[in-house]
Every structure is written in structure tokens, then in C-alpha cells.
Write a protein that binds this ligand. Sequence first.
Ligand SMILES: [Zn+2]
Length: 327
Amino acid sequence: MPAKKKATDSGLGAFASDIDIEATKQLLDEINAPSQGLPWFKFESSEKKYIPNLVRVCPKRPDWTHPYQITPVHYLGPQNRMVICLKEAGLGDCPVCMQSWALFEVEEKKAAGQLRPKFRTFLNVVKINKDGSLAEEKVLVMGLNQMQFSGKRGAEHDWDEEGTLPLFEFFKKYGDLSHVETGRNLIIKAKMDASNPEFKNTLLMKFVVDDPSPFPGTSELLEEGLTTLSEVASLEEPAQMVALMEGRATNAMVLPAGSEQQALAQPAPAPAEPKSAFAAAADGDEEEKEAPVAPQTDPSEAQGKLREQSEDQQAALARLKAQQNGE
Ligand SMILES: [Zn+2]
């Protein structure tokens, strides 16, 4: 009798499996990725003039309603956390909206305004070159504020002034700009709004659409790269919203885009792109005279401003509480 003893002899065979090292490594890579946040699109802009950004809006996944997602959000606390407004989203009472109204009633209008819900629109986009080809194998999330996407409520839009219209007007006029076959490339010209010192980083935008053309990327790029737009802003319990508003919660910083705070999203300047081509594509000679300027945003300065804004809010909330307690 050969005394060759194998694990299977003792019934351990069922456990004789290999572990998938590769899958674990991939998971760890994802967890440890330098940016766990969203791949925000960062606009090139300047204080002096409009800088062109060439993009193509990505098509929606078949089960989504739109290639864009309009979301009512509040910006809360020192981290400026972007959280879905429960009231505007039709989910129930929103503690932040209630606080905003309470502040309004005691004439704390500035703090009340900061806490009011803002409508943000998110889109998946790819950067393109002047010739319409893909500039980067990456899908980015673009955030637009209400003025940029849909414009002032009830405003009449004049097509003689095409350059001044919000993006949604272009969807209305040209159909689905994101369509894989008949969509259109887009130039978004962006300039910092110097007229409003309080929101110095708010961008003024002008849109220009190209003739119809096929989507420049591949299905693999879309499959892997599209961000689920309904999940861009986070949904929090009312208690957590109050904690965030009062600066008690210290969640990881999630930064909004396309807003006055957008400059914070990726403080590092983008690597040198062939910007002169971008400029020429959008504005011809006018833009070619001087080299386009990358936005010179000082993150610490912007951070300081946000902190001030948050401190104003905290102070207003404290005064409101004192008043409610009959002091
Ligand atoms: Zn709300």
C-alpha cells in the first residue's frame, strides 16, 4: 500500500481553491487611487476674456432618461459638501430649506441665500481636439449652474444672440447634442465673472455648436467611463444634513463643479494642452493675439473665502438659535 497522503484523502479537497490575487489587487488599486472623488471637468478660463473649452457631451446609458441630470443641491458646512435638497427633489421636508427660511425671516438674508437650494446640471463629457478627435481617453463629469444650463427662469431667448444662450437652448434647437451619430461637438467659452466679487470664481459661458458628427470615442470608453449622474450629489439623512450645515460633521470633501467653488476641485493646473488651437477654433484672430492664460486660482485664497462664507453662516445660525431661545 503506498502511503501517499494527499489533502483530498482527509476531505480537504473541497477547500483546495486558488485565491484571485489579481482581483484583489485591482480592488486595492481602486481604493488607493489618488482621487477617490469624481473626475471633474475643469474649465479653462480667464478673468480677462473667454477661453474656449472643446468637448463632446457623452450619450446617456440606454436606461437613463437624459444625457444630463438636473439636481437641486445645498452646499453645507466648512467642507462645502454638496448634498441633495430633499424638498426640491420631492423627498420630503428639507431641514436646510427650513433653516434658510428661518434666517430669511430674521433678516439674515445673506446666510439665507447661501443655504437656499441651487440647481446644478451634471453631464458626462470628453475633451476633444480642434479637428473633433478625442483629446483624452477619459470621461469627465461637468457641472453647470442654472444660469449656464437653463438660464434665468422665464427669460426669453433671442437666437440672434446665439452666443449668449444657455446650453439647454442648444439642445432644444439642435436636438440631442450627445447623440452617437448625429450629436454635435461643443465649444464652451468660459470667463470668470469679475462683476460679482462675492462669487469671483463663477464662470460666464458662451456656447458654440459644430455640425453633426459621430461620437469620437469608443463604446469601451463609455462603458467604463460614464459616471451615473444621479449619484453625483449625495443624499443624506436630515440629521446628517443639519450636522453638515452646523459644521459638526467632518466628511470627506466633495467638491461641486461649475459653481463659484469649482476652482477648488482640482487646484493643480492642467498639463499644457495645445491651447492656441482651442483659442483659434473658437475666436479666430482675436484670441490668437496673446497666449491663453491658464486660470491662476490660488486654492488657499479660494479656501479662505469659503471658510469666511461658512463662518458667516455659522454666525447667522447662532444668532437665529439665540433668538429662537428668546434671548
Ligand atoms: Zn432644501
